[in-house]
Design a protein around this ligand. Structure first.
Ligand code: CTP
Ligand code: CA
Length: 226
């Protein structure tokens, strides 16, 4: 029994993960997106599956290999991701927001291809809904993990996001560091909780980093249940 729970620390848990970069369309052939590959999100999905969880991934644009044994929900935009996540939030035990969600989307999405006109044109953008923050406001018993890819003062930005979005854990990485950027197979992560830095991990595969994050989450989830 104890051996089984050590090997499958998320047995019986429903885990919802977002992955990839959202796509915000300007017209039928053009869009705004970002460099997220979705690799960290799918590494988390594979690790959570191996830990015994029932895993659903809401994925926007990704180049990652999709692991077996998980449920996949495809979305494009931040608004579609919000809807897909909210409809599954209540029945989830653990939600991990590793997707790179666009902060802004075009105000107008043209029905037909935008034709070339003047030498300069203006593109008006409007803020998207912050999905993690919305979940933080609505959460009851769900354990929430946020992500932050930064290029500056990691500790400061990570703690600010954790508090603002009411996440239980925040996983941050400096994307300007070698081996920690988008689309790499490795990561160098720092994990924070409301009291500050919990773990600063050395460079390792995204799968190993995912296991460390989930191990910590599963321990903390058990503590709050007890
Ligand atoms: N996030 C989200 N919805 C958004 C923007 C971000 O759910 N519209 C989530 C991300 O999935 C991530 C966390 O919030 O888990 C932090 O994202 P990040 O882009 O680092 O933070 P922002 O608050 O958008 O701040 P900034 O981009 O200015 O650093
Ligand atoms: Ca952002």
């Amino acid at each position: 029994m104890f051996a089984e729970s050590a090997r499958k620390p998320l047995a019986g848990k429903k885990v919802l993960i977002t992955a990839g970069g959202t796509v915000e369309r300007l017209d039928p052939v053009r869009y705004l997106t970002n460099d997220s590959s979705g690799k960290m999100g799918f590494a988390l999905a594979a690790a959570a599956r191996d830990f015994g969880a029932d895993v659903t991934v809401v994925a926007a644009k990704t180049t990652a290999k999709i692991p077996d044994g998980i449920s996949l929900v495809r979305v494009e935009s931040a608004e579609q991701m919000l809807e897909a996540v909210l409809s599954r939030f209540e029945q989830s035990d653990l939600v991990i927001k590793s997707a790179a969600v666009a902060d802004y989307r075009p105000v107008v999405r043209a029905e037909s291809k935008i034709k070339k006109s003047g030498d300069r044109i203006m593109l008006e953008l409007v803020k998207t809904t912050d999905i993690l923050q919305t979940l933080g406001e609505r959460k009851t018993s769900q354990f929430l993990i946020g992500f932050a890819a930064e290029t500056g003062d990691l500790d400061h930005y990570a703690m600010d996001k954790l508090q603002r979005k009411r996440a239980d854990l925040l996983v941050a990485n400096d994307v300007s560091e070698d081996g920690a950027g988008f689309n790499t197979d490795t990561n160098i992560i720092r994990i924070y909780d409301k009291d500050g830095l919990v773990e600063a991990l050395p460079i390792m595969s995204k799968l190993d980093a995912a296991k460390r994050v989930l191990k910590l989450a599963s321990e903390r989830m058990t503590q709050t249940e007890a």
